[in-house]
Design a protein around this ligand. Structure first.
Ligand code: ADP
Length: 420
């Protein structure tokens, strides 16, 4: 069956978040890691989200990868492909939101493309093209100090125009309030004047529902999970229904954590009361394999009796000491390699249900496990679904990939409880 909707996501956890939004709003969804080979037997789904890692790479590299992913999706019947970006519009004057949107527009021969990072559920709203993050103007929010892409200009028309060749317009809230036909009339007018993209205002989910309906009249759109919600609801009301359930996989369970965020540290402290938790000696991890082998031996002695957790996670002070000693990138990368190796070794020893905490940590683990795709199941916490592998060398597994500050204090127990 052809897919109803496709998406190309600029990072892995953003892809999961969008896949979760599609699934929660009525679409049976698969998330793939890159465009998988044609030989991968994908289950019958309504939507496919192709996860890429192109948020902070050079624009031409991002455009090439995104183009290939869009082609893969359209070849499978997707009449609309959304480019999934961060809800804080993470980008620089070089890209990559503008260049990818323009490439999609050219390839699909689309008119003016709707672009909006609005996602009211997580406090992202757009009014007169100005992005507000939890009630603060983007340029006054913590994003102004983002290490890779400091966001110092709150006007997304200006931000997107600086990284685009064609002019960028505004689709204002007053137009959106008049409904999808009014939106499309405004877009047609902008298209006649050669506007490549239009930043769409949205404050409430109802605005995104209108934008979703309007966007489906075009082959492409660009947005965060809020626009995904609008697209999914527009398609779901057209007949798609879905109760996200995953077949159980059995086997052993484990948690591997590399996130040092406040939420993860709290979740680990709570997990410690109900299951064995090993705190890795991260300094020793930097010096060779002995610490990895110690962790695997420790796990081997306990895991048959129930889930275990292995964590590199540490307090901000300890992380700062590691970074001072080894450098920020080298420490992070080496620890990601170590945690992903531990995850892979645990899987080799019979773990079929795996929770990974940390965005980068999850990416490294999924890459090392060579998992080509996931079917999206029920939601554990906002933005974090249970995933079931599709294909891959380890047989059927269930995973939960938790980024940074996601999940409540009992997240780990809740995740394991929902994985069958
Ligand atoms: P989050 O989603 O919370 O940002 P990530 O996995 O994306 O988590 O990032 C955490 C980073 O911190 C990873 O690169 C990880 O390897 C690194 N890290 C984990 N433990 C430590 C530690 N004890 N000291 C320094 N860096 C660490």
């Amino acid at each position: 069956m052809p897919i109803l909707l496709g998406a190309v996501a600029d990072d892995y956890t953003g892809a999961s978040d969008l896949a979760n939004t599609f699934s929660k709003n009525g679409l049976r969804t698969v998330q793939t890691i890159g465009a998988p080979p044609d030989t991968l037997p994908l289950p019958d789904v309504d939507a496919v989200v192709v996860a890429l890692k192109i948020r902070s790479v050079a624009a031409d590299e991002a455009v090439n990868a995104a183009r290939k992913a869009r082609e893969w999706l359209t070849a499978r019947g997707a009449k609309h492909v959304m480019y999934k970006i961060c809800s804080t519009f993470d980008s620089t004057d070089e890209g990559n939101i503008g260049p990818v949107t323009e490439a999609f527009r050219a390839d699909a021969q689309a008119g003016t493309v709707i672009v909006t990072p609005a996602f009211p559920e997580t406090g992202r709203s757009v009014y007169l093209a100005h992005l507000f993050v939890n009630g603060e103007l983007l340029s006054e929010s913590p994003l102004k100090d983002h290490p890779l892409n400091p966001m110092r200009d709150p006007s997304l028309v200006r931000v997107l125009a600086r990284q685009s060749k064609a002019p960028v317009g505004l689709l204002d809230l007053a137009t959106i309030a008049r409904g999808a036909d009014a939106v499309n009339a405004a877009l047609a007018d902008m298209s006649a004047r050669n506007f490549g993209a239009a930043i769409a205002d949205a404050v409430f989910e109802t605005d995104l529902e209108i934008l979703g309906r309007a966007a489906l009249q075009s082959p492409v759109s660009t947005g965060a999970s809020g626009l995904g919600l609008g697209l999914a609801r527009a398609l779901a009301t057209a007949g798609a229904t879905h109760e996200p359930k995953l077949d159980p996989v059995g086997g052993l369970s484990a948690i591997v954590a590399g996130s040092c965020s406040k939420a993860t540290l709290e979740q680990l402290a709570i997990a410690e009361k109900s299951m064995p938790v090993l705190r890795l000696d991260t300094d020793a991890l930097m010096r060779g394999d002995a610490e990895i082998l110690r962790a695997l031996e420790w796990a081997g002695e306990r895991i048959a009796k129930g889930p275990v957790a292995i964590a590199a996670s540490a307090t901000p002070d300890a992380v700062a000491r590691m970074q001072e000693k080894y450098g920020r990138e080298s420490a992070g990368h080496a620890i990601e390699q170590a945690t992903s190796r531990i995850a892979a070794e645990l899987v080799a020893r019979g773990v079929k249900r795996l929770v990974v905490a940390g965005g980068e940590t999850s990416g490294a683990a999924v890459d090392r496990l060579q998992i080509p795709a996931f079917l999206v199941g029920p939601e554990i916490a906002p933005g974090v679904p249970v995933l079931r592998t599709v294909g891959g060398p380890h047989g059927a597994m269930q995973l939960a990939l938790k980024s940074g500050n996601f999940g409540g204090p009992e997240f780990f127990a809740r995740a394991l409880g929902m994985m069958g």
